[in-house]
Design a protein around this ligand. Structure first.
Ligand code: NAG
Ligand code: NAG
Ligand code: NAG
Ligand code: NAG
Length: 786
């Protein structure tokens, strides 16, 4: 059994420091409550269905297996939570440790693993920023027939939906696609008629949640697909929200036309994330493997084309065969479903990225070209730029006294958090009527504003510690307030130091577009390398995830804090949870334009057309001022329009993934497949990026591209070698005479001067690009020399 206390405690700390509202932290409690409950939920994974069987027979097989360890029919039936039977074969059941061990030894069982709880971690402007200036609904740039994804169904695994939002209206949409087999499940405040031709299906899954926590507390969540949290509504509207003019966040910020990336696509809602009982059930959410697997299995059976999963993995990386999201996604991919996952918000430390399997897309987060400028006038006349979307303004146009939080804490506040404005840390007599300068780091950003308000402060200025550099997430604080970069908070603190009576005034905020440079990688975005399989580069791409406006649940508030009773229809959020649905929407458009493409081909198109340059044509930077690279953004920032015509794609099949898994951790993922004695190395998977970990001497890598452009095409390769590493691609030219034709090539990688190449054991970055004068098919290369 896994105990995750230590590691995940550290994770939570890290994540809390990333300061994004709720979903940042990866999970932190043990799944076992040993004192009261002997049994816990295990997933017993049986691989692929070996032969066509009815659903009843499959379920009977699962019963038989359970019966063999439980000893009685009644016990077996009572312990079974879910039978997975549409795509993968397996079940979730309450088992003792011995029963789980016993089952895992059976030949028909691929793996047995505890059902972990995960965090759901982890719009207007973002689509224009991605090149959709002309408006999405017209979609003139899409091939005829694609119709902004109207024929595509996207499954959202999240916290449910607020179906009354204008973003989910169905005016002008055609009938529900005939192939749809899903349902609209009624429940608390949600009836089957809550679905329409936009939200065509909705279900909820909480057996594993309730087995762990007891019955859902109706104060904090709806026992139905209705979203109490806001996260699920936000992500769903980012993928497929209708084009709604005149939308803005609280206070009128970010005003404009809200639209999802695929405004005519159909949504199928799978609610799998629920509030964690405890001091702040509105903020903490969990999503259990067993519930998610049931949702993924149903989604495949229902007929979704794309699955969007803004959910982080558990604290410790586990083998792919023991990872619920990875197992569910593998079988979804086999059936043609594109799965897109968030990479997590635990950056900028290396090796923090989660969702690591090669059969889905893993997404990092970056900024867009919009800011919410709110100038701070210091008493010495200096102007410092902040950013905010708080709807409140200081009274009068006069200077307010200003104080640094560390100088205004109650006795007993630990020195290392004295500048953090943690709950009950500020001394009222020292902050009353003042602007209080707090730092990001520990605790929620919005909670710092709440603490300043509690102690009687007039406003909050939230400064970045060094790790966040220039990345400024904005919040709808509960009082006047603004946020500043590391450089700007240093200016403010120097000023405070320089005078006995520091003062300042916060000017009102305006929404500014065309901010340069953009995009910039968010510091919170989790970074590579991939700790599970360093030969697969993760994240795959980056997409807008900083300060994204999208629809919100009216049962929630913009901060989700206790005591914040404000209701908003649209809200600004930051996280890889927000960038993931941007890529899901791109996948919807690709699926719509190219219904016959495999999930791997769609992933390839998105990756090989991504850019490593910002809108000004310079290399994309991190928010700390360093140049970003593949460990930050994978192949780069998505360009959905380019992805529609990638020229060539790197395809991969279910068999290829099984072969990959044989070499990667020796995992046999399915009984239908026998691993060869010497499986090819993991980097031999036909992946659109190339990562080599521990290069010793030389290696040869094989790749195959498929022509999806014109019938006749002639490509040449251009290589950018990583420093100290030789990269030779042969042949150097590939000629195609028909569409669908495949061509193989090899890449020989040699560590040149070993000594120079191993400097600091750093990953060295390069790339190779196939180009025919129209298309540029780029693959990043990262090499770690042994
Ligand atoms: C349900 O949640 C509310 C609000 O958090 C709390 O006051 C109440 O005690 C909870 N009820 C139960 C049965 O736990
Ligand atoms: C502050 O110090 C205490 C005690 O040394 C430690 O437990 C805590 O994690 C530290 N907090 C932060 C945010 O560094
Ligand atoms: C402010 O002054 C203190 C003590 O004089 C010093 O330690 C600190 O570095 C100063 N801060 C800034 C930002 O100058
Ligand atoms: C590299 O390979 C050589 C020969 O196979 C071996 O002796 C050496 O230990 C390897 N070096 C590293 C750093 O793995």
């Amino acid at each position: 059994m896994k105990k995750m206390g230590g590691v995940s405690g550290a994770r939570e700390q890290l994540a809390a420091m990333s300061g994004i509202l709720f979903f940042l932290f990866i999970f932190s409690f043990s799944t076992v409550s040993a004192s009261t409950e002997q049994n816990q939920i295990y997933i017993v994974y049986l691989g692929e269905h070996m032969e066509a069987k009815s659903k009843e027979v499959i379920q009977e097989d699962h019963h038989a297996l359970l019966l063999s360890v439980k000893g009685s029919e009644d016990k077996a039936r009572a312990s079974l939570l879910y039978s997975y039977k549409h795509s993968l074969n397996g079940f979730a059941a309450l088992l003792s440790e011995e029963e789980a061990t016993d089952l895992s030894a059976r030949t028909e069982v691929v793996s047995t693993f505890p059902s972990e709880g995960r965090r759901s971690p982890h719009t207007t402007r973002s689509w224009e920023f991605l090149g959709f200036e002309e408006g999405l609904d017209s979609s003139e740039w899409l091939p005829s027939g694609a119709n902004a994804g109207e024929n595509v169904i996207v499954g959202m695994l999240d916290s449910g939906i607020w179906p009354e939002s204008k973003s989910f209206g169905d005016e002008g949409l055609g009938p529900v696609p005939a192939r749809w087999k899903g349902t609209c499940q009624g429940g608390d405040s949600f009836s089957p008629s809550s679905c329409n031709r936009k939200v065509i299906g909705a279900r909820y899954y909480l057996k594993a949640y309730e087995a762990r926590y007891g019955r859902l507390n109706a104060t904090n969540g709806y026992r139905s697909p209705r979203d109490h949290d806001g996260h699920g509504t936000h992500t769903a509207s980012t993928v497929a929200g209708r084009t709604v003019p005149g939308v803005a966040a609280l206070g009128g910020f970010a005003a404009g036309t809200a639209s999802g990336g695929a405004p005519r696509a159909r949504l199928a809602i799978y609610k799998v994330c629920w509030p964690i009982p405890g001091p702040n059930p509105n903020i903490e959410n969990t999503c259990f493997d067993a519930d998610m697997l049931a949702a993924m299995d149903d989604a495949v059976g229902d007929g979704v084309d794309v699955m969007s999963v803004s959910i982080g993995s558990s604290g410790q990386p586990v083998r792919l065969a023991d990872d619920g999201i990875a197992v569910g996604a593998l079988h979804a991919a086999r059936r043609g479903v594109v799965v897109v996952c968030s990479g997590g918000n635990s950056g900028p430390a290396p090796a923090t990225v989660s969702n690591l399997a090669p059969w889905f897309l893993t997404v990092g987060a970056s900024s867009i070209d919009r800011s919410f400028d709110s100038p701070i006038r210091l008493g010495n006349g200096k102007l410092v730029m902040g950013q905010t979307v708080t709807p409140y303004q200081l009274q009068g146009n006069r200077a307010y006294p200003m104080v640094y939080a560390a100088h205004a804490v109650v006795p007993g506040t630990p020195a290392n958090v004295s500048d953090q404005c943690l709950p009950n840390s500020l001394a009222a007599e020292k902050v009353r009527g003042k602007i209080v300068v707090c730092l990001r780091g520990a605790g929620l950003r919005v909670a710092k504003g709440l603490e300043v308000k509690r102690a009687g402060g007039a406003a909050v200025v939230l400064g970045n510690p060094p790790m966040y550099g220039s990345e400024v997430p904005v919040d709808a604080h509960v009082l006047p307030g603004t946020a500043v970069s590391m450089a700007n908070v240093n200016t403010i603190l120097k000023y405070i130091n320089s005078t006995a009576k520091p003062t300042a005034y916060l000017d009102s905020s305006t929404t500014v577009l065309d901010v340069k440079p953009s995009p910039v990688m968010a510091q919170f975005s989790s970074r590579g390398p991939n700790v599970l399989e360093p030969s697969i580069l993760k994240p795959d791409v980056t997409a807008p995830g900083l300060n994204i406006l999208a629809a919100w649940s009216e049962a929630s508030s913009p901060t989700k804090l206790d005591g914040d009773n404000r209701v908003v229809k649209y809200n600004i959020m930051s996280g890889t949870s927000m960038s993931c649905p941007h890529v899901s929407a791109a996948a919807v458009l690709l699926k719509s334009a190219h219904p016959d493409w495999s999930p791997a081909a769609i992933r390839s198109a998105i990756m090989t057309t991504a850019t490593t340059h910002n809108a000004e044509g310079s290399p994309i930077m991190n928010a700390d001022g360093t140049v970003a690279g593949p460990m930050d953004y994978g192949s780069g920032h998505i360009r959905p329009k380019h992805a529609l015509g990638p020229g060539l794609v790197y395809d991969a099949s279910y068999q290829d993934y099984l072969l990959f898994a044989c070499a990667s951790g020796g995992a046999q993922l399915d009984h239908s497949f026998r691993c060869p004695k010497k499986p090819p190395r993991p980097y031999e998977l036909n992946y659109p990026s190339l990562a080599v970990h521990g290069l010793n001497g030389s290696i040869t890598v094989h790749r195959t591209v498929t022509n999806v452009g014109q019938h006749e095409a002639h490509y040449r390769v251009a290589v950018v070698e990583p420093k100290g590493v030789s990269v030779k691609v042969s042949p150097k030219r590939l000629s195609f005479s028909s569409k669908g034709e495949k061509k193989a090539f090899v890449i020989k990688i040699v560590a040149r001067g070993r000594r120079s190449a191993r400097v600091n054991r750093k990953y060295l970055a390069g790339s190779y690009t196939w180009s025919d004068g129209i298309h540029a098919v780029r693959s990043p290369i990262v090499v770690l020399v042994a």
